[in-house]
Design a protein around this ligand. Structure first.
Ligand SMILES: [Zn+2]
Length: 75
């Protein structure tokens, strides 16, 4: 009977350790551009510095641009 309790404790410990390892590995840090540390989906135009939603921004060579500063339109 004592052996059964021993193994039960070992199993509980193993479960507890595994859970802790799984918890610490959970939620890996999301890949973010170094210049973007504000709201998750807000990016900054590298020319005028205006903030805009990521889906409205244009990205070129790792930098974001607003609609009026898109690099492929020189006007
Ligand atoms: Zn701009």
């Amino acid at each position: 009977m004592g052996r059964l309790i021993f193994f039960a404790i070992i199993a509980l410990l193993a479960y507890w350790i595994l859970r802790r390892v799984a918890m610490s590995k959970k939620a890996p840090p999301e890949k973010h551009y170094t210049s973007v540390n504000d709201a998750a989906d807000t990016v900054r135009c590298s020319v005028c510095g205006v903030y805009m939603p990521r889906e409205e921004a244009l990205m070129s060579k790792g930098a974001f641009y607003c609609e009026s500063h898109r690099p492929d339109r020189h006007s």
